[in-house]
Design a protein around this ligand. Structure first.
Ligand SMILES: CCCCCCCCCCCCCC(=O)SCCNC(=O)CCNC(=O)[C@H](O)C(C)(C)COP(=O)(O)OP(=O)(O)OC[C@H]1O[C@@H](n2cnc3c(N)ncnc32)[C@H](O)[C@@H]1OP(=O)(O)O
Length: 459
């Protein structure tokens, strides 16, 4: 299906011969050239359909797959009425500016839901409400095309992602059935300062848009989006950034791709996330992806709260080279990077206690449910988050992150081809998926940004 991950592009041949050269290896299958196959994802298919759940947002949503030639506003009744650039419209208005000005009239009343439903601001300080959101997402959030895997964000992760500094409960926007009070839909916003091509803008990041499977294709999503927009506008914010793996009528500002590094090849094969191709045995795969037990960089240690200031300065400086990136405060850094088992893992390099921090790397954890598997219930996936380097080679730092992810029992490590990632992924035996993750703005006109100029990571 258009816009969905469907195959891998194979990389150069692997080297198991012990030649000593650091050749790159692909996890992946090139369906056109069986000779180069080493190991691919989703064995039961002629063309592997999906590589990664992050790159599969909105998979079930056929109606958003459009061609460039169709797509007048009338087809996209909702998006055609919004301040965004459509794929079908090649004209850009004034660059790096709002599409509509902030002085718009803001509706005071919430948008109208059908009479059986009501708005519900979730109180994520209450465990019972977090539990409800967790269950809604676990049962109804993003799946792969073949319904084999579904994101299973943990409750603690949801708290971390939805309650950063500046969070507002109005932005945790739920819909319940009036009679039963069952939570059936959700959308969230969190405030963020975003640099776009040198301009700093107060925006929100939109995430966790979810409509219960039984309510799909009934135009609930547009009402949720309108309502969150209204609530955000009421706080004086008129721009948003969000990502989607599915093709939307909106023109993306950047089109990125996920890469995958196998950490636990045996399990990945068992759950059919990867498979052994003709020239690969399990023994060879285990050897190929084997990692040392301990990180190699001298002075690498866990991030501590007291590192926040130094890391904030180092990270903001590093990110400022990218056209799209956040601007963090020290409080943001304490929130986003303080390590929590099962949520966020962060390390700094401090060569000696009397020296300053020179480098930092982090990754977060999003498990997926393995749907209907007799043995494995979850796939544990680490996602590369923010990092900066001043002294350590980035490749060495990411290699350490792989080692640490493996030692923390992750099965696979995912990274986008953003920031400097692309330059080291092949050497570190990542395989390229062909699912795109697209970045979008709401109410911001901007020319395309190249993937290696993207310095923003959403959850
Ligand atoms: C200033 C502040 C601004 C704040 C807001 C900024 C914008 C935020 C935008 C949201 C960013 C979210 C970021 C994430 O969380 S991405 C994760 C999205 N969630 C999932 O994929 C979970 C599983 N799927 C579902 O729950 C449903 O299929 C969803 C809820 C996705 C759609 O429900 P349903 O399948 O029942 O459809 P409908 O009949 O109600 O509505 C159809 C209309 O909705 C448009 N559509 C469908 N999927 C998406 C999508 N992922 N982004 C934007 N628009 C989407 C579609 O083009 C069509 O409009 P139009 O083509 O006719 O015009």
């Amino acid at each position: 299906m258009e816009g969905q991950p469907s195959s891998f592009v194979s990389q150069s041949q692997n080297d198991l011969s012990g030649s000593g050269s650091k050749k790159s290896v692909s996890l992946a299958i090139d369906p056109k050239n069986q000779q180069t196959q080493i190991e691919g994802m989703y064995p039961s298919k002629i063309m592997p359909e999906i590589t990664d759940l992050r790159s599969a947002k909105n998979l079930s949503h056929d109606s958003v797959n459009i061609s460039q030639s169709e797509n007048p506003e009338s087809i996209h009744k909702f998006w055609g009425s919004q301040p965004i650039l459509l794929n079908s419209n090649n004209e850009l208005s004034e660059l790096n500016s709002p599409i509509i000005q902030d002085s718009i009239a803001i509706r005071e009343q919430p948008f109208t839901l059908s009479s059986s439903f009501e708005w519900s601001e979730l109180d994520l300080t209450l465990d019972c409400e977090i539990q409800e959101l967790y269950e809604l997402l676990c049962e109804n959030y993003v799946e792969d095309d073949d319904h084999m895997f579904r994101f299973a964000y943990s409750k603690q992760f949801l708290i971390w992602a939805l309650k950063p500094p500046g969070w507002l409960s109005e932005f945790h926007c739920g819909v319940r059935v009036k009679t039963s009070h069952k939570l059936v839909a959700f959308i969230s916003a969190v405030p963020a300062q975003i640099f776009v091509k040198g301009k700093l803008k107060q925006m929100v990041e939109i995430n966790f848009l979810c409509v219960h499977e039984k309510l799909r294709n009934k135009r609930v999503a547009p009402v949720l989006i309108r309502e969150i927009t209204r609530r955000v506008n009421l706080k004086g914010i008129f721009q948003a950034v969000f990502t989607s793996g599915a093709k939307l009528p909106n023109r993306p500002v950047a089109v990125c791709r996920y890469w995958h590094r196998s950490l636990n090849p045996k399990k990945l094969i068992e759950v059919e996330f990867s498979y052994l191709t003709r020239n690969m045995t399990l023994q060879r795969a285990l050897k190929l992806y084997k990692l040392p037990e301990k990180p190699i960089t001298p002075g690498l240690r866990k991030f501590k709260l007291s590192d926040s200031k130094a890391v904030c300065d180092g990270l903001n400086l590093y990110l400022s080279r990218f056209e799209l990136c956040p601007k963090f405060t020290e409080t943001d850094i304490s929130h986003w990077l303080t390590p929590h088992e099962g949520i966020i893992y962060s390390w700094v390099v401090q060569p000696t206690p009397s020296e300053p921090i020179t480098d930092m790397i982090s990754f977060y954890s999003i498990p997926s449910s393995v749907i209907r598997h007799p043995k494995h219930k979850h796939l544990y996936t680490a996602y590369l988050f923010y990092y900066f380097t001043t002294r350590t080679l980035f490749q060495d730092l990411l290699y350490d992150a792989l080692i640490l992810a493996k030692s923390n029992n992750f099965d696979v490590f995912n990274a986008l081809d953003i920031m400097e990632n692309k330059s080291v992924l092949e050497d570190l035996k990542f395989g390229m998926g062909d699912g795109n993750l697209q970045y979008f703005f709401y109410n911001w006109c901007c020319e395309n940004i190249a993937t290696d100029n993207v310095g923003l990571v959403l959850q």
